[in-house]
Structures are given as C-alpha cells and as structure tokens.
Design a binder for this molecule. Structure first.
Ligand SMILES: Cc1cc2nc3c(=O)[nH]c(=O)nc-3n(C[C@H](O)[C@H](O)[C@H](O)COP(=O)(O)OP(=O)(O)OC[C@H]3O[C@@H](n4cnc5c(N)ncnc54)[C@H](O)[C@@H]3O)c2cc1C
Length: 271
C-alpha cells in the first residue's frame, strides 16, 4: 500500500498518520474521537473460559518486567515443567495484597511458550491487584494456574486480531506466531494510548497489516479493509465495552461475529 493510499483509507489526523506511515509502511492510524459505549450496554461475556484447565497453582519466578506503554507492563515468567499453552489462552495469577491472596486472569502475549512466557497488563491505579503487579521485580515468586480458555490461536494460516487496551498483548503474540508459522496476520487495535508500539512496528515491517484506531468508525473501516482481501480467523480480546464495539464492527464489515474467537477481560468499572 502506498503512503497516499494508506492515508486515503484511514480516518485520520493526517500528520500523525504520516509520521507512523513513514516509520511503519503497513501501519494505519485512524485518529478520531473515542466515544465510549454506555455502561448500560456492557455485558459480561465470559463465554469461553475457564473451560479448559491445565496445572493447578504453581510457584514461578518473574524473569523480567518491562514497561510497554503508559501504565502498561509486560511480565515474563519462568515456565513450569509441563506447562503448554497458545497465545490467547490465559492464566490465573495469585499474589498477596496486604496479606490476602488476590487472583486475576491474564492472557498470554508471547508467541510461544519457551523457557519463559509473557503476559501484558495495563495498571489501573485504583485496582485491587494491578498496582501490586506493577511493583514486581526480577526474582520475585508468584503463583500461576492454567492455562484456561479456548479463544486462542490454533494454527490458523490467516489471522485477524481485534484488540482493545491490554488486548493488544494476545494480538501481538498471535500475529508473531502466525508469521513464524508461515501464515498471514492482521491487527486492528483500538486505544487512545497505544502500547507495545515496538512490536507492532516490527510486525508492520514483517508485512503484517497493523491498524491503530481510536474510534468505532475507524475500527469498522479497518476490519473492512482486511476482510476485502482475506478470509481470516478473527480473534477479539479486551474489556466488555470493546467486545461490543468489535461485534458491531464485524457485523458492519459484513463478517460473522459468531465465528470469532472472543475473550472478555471483564465488565467496565462501575460508575
Ligand atoms: C479471561 C480474562 C483475561 C484477562 N486478560 C488480561 C490481560 O491480558 N491483561 C490485562 O491487563 N487484564 C486482563 N484481564 C483483566 C484482569 O484480570 C483484571 O481484571 C485487571 O487487571 C484489573 O484488576 P485489578 O485487580 O487491578 O482491578 P479491580 O480491583 O479488579 O477493578 C478494576 C475494575 O476495572 C475494570 N477495568 C480495569 N481496567 C480496565 C480497562 N482498561 N477498561 C475497562 N475496564 C477496566 C475491571 O474489569 C474491574 O471492573 C483479564 C480478565 C479475564 C477475565
């Protein structure tokens, strides 16, 4: 895609697109005003998990903690013996907060499970567990159980991952794995402060179509653009309001949302 075509295809704040397009030829930015959906429209769509479980809680070691954006970190954990999973499956972390064990789910964001595997999370400063996870350092030990969930990469040759917020973790993991396996991948990522930009840029350089959008209209346009040329397996990851937007975007682009592998990260905060 030429720079001119890319600019014409995206709903844009042009100067931002120009900067990103110069750096990453396959990366489109659609800058618009993000209109959050009504909290009334939010539904708990925890439909796919935990349906398949792996190991019980096992103590693992933090092998790295990296900032990957504003209030966003990627944590590498040592892989316990026998632990196998695909990007898009999730694990349950249990960490003491003020002496009480607190558990939350996090989705695997590395392309494969090797000596370590990665999760990516955004930190809500008012959250119960997030701020404690943000304080983790190399060598700390935490309990991990799983993997859980079926909404994961399963060797599909064409993948399209729709991601909202921290859903970009499994998006980069699945796209990297698809490329490693010789397939073709696309990412449509809705966020007002994008994270994992380095890996998104590397994927763009590797030929993956990466669209970073900031409103529902640009989301649908980007999905339509991918669907015009490919017939991919669709994956959707993010909090419940994003799943609603993604479902509408898929339907608006003429795709069957029921065929998508979707994982909800939970409901929106109560106001
Ligand atoms: C299957 C599954 C997979 C998940 N995978 C990830 C993941 O890969 N990365 C990740 O960061 N989180 C993921 N989550 C969410 C995670 O488990 C926690 O809910 C989140 O980190 C907040 O935990 P907390 O204890 O800090 O906040 P809490 O004290 O639990 O409260 C925070 C509240 O805000 C909501 N919330 C937090 N951030 C956002 C946001 N950006 N947009 C909308 N609502 C928000 C939560 O759902 C909750 O209602 C996943 C959840 C599930 C169920």
């Amino acid at each position: 895609m030429s720079l001119v075509e890319a600019v014409a295809e995206c709903t844009v704040s042009v100067w931002v697109v120009l900067l990103y397009e110069l750096a990453y030829p396959n990366l489109c930015l659609g800058m618009g005003v993000f209109e959050p959906v009504s909290w009334d429209a939010v539904r708990w769509t925890y439909e796919h998990g935990p349906t398949k479980s792996g190991m019980d809680a096992t103590t693992v070691t933090v092998s790295s903690v990296e900032s990957v954006g504003t209030d966003a970190i990627a944590i590498d954990l040592t892989t316990p013996a026998g632990f196998e999973a695909n990007p898009g499956q999730f694990v349950k972390l249990t960490v003491p907060v003020d002496g009480e064990p607190i558990s939350r789910f996090y989705t695997i964001s590395s392309p494969a499970i090797e000596e370590t595997f990665e999760i990516t999370l955004t930190i809500d400063p008012t959250g119960e567990l997030g701020p404690t996870l943000a304080e983790l350092s190399v060598g700390d030990e935490i309990d991990v159980a799983g993997p859980f969930g079926n909404a994961a990469y399963a060797g599909e040759s064409e993948t399209l991952v729709l991601a909202g917020g921290p859903g970009v973790g499994p998006a980069v993991g699945i796209a990297e794995r698809t490329v490693d396996d010789g397939g073709s991948a696309a990412i449509v990522y809705l966020d007002d402060e994008p994270i994992h930009e380095q890996r998104l840029g590397a994927l763009s350089d590797a030929g993956v179509s990466v669209f970073v959008v900031s409103d529902a209209s640009a989301l649908e346009d980007a999905i339509s653009s991918v669907a015009a040329e490919h017939d991919p397996q669709v994956f959707v990851y993010g909090f419940a309001p994003f799943l609603d937007l993604a479902t509408d975007g898929l339907t608006g682009a003429g795709l069957d949302a029921d065929g998508a592998k979707m994982e909800s990260f939970g409901p929106a905060p109560e106001e």
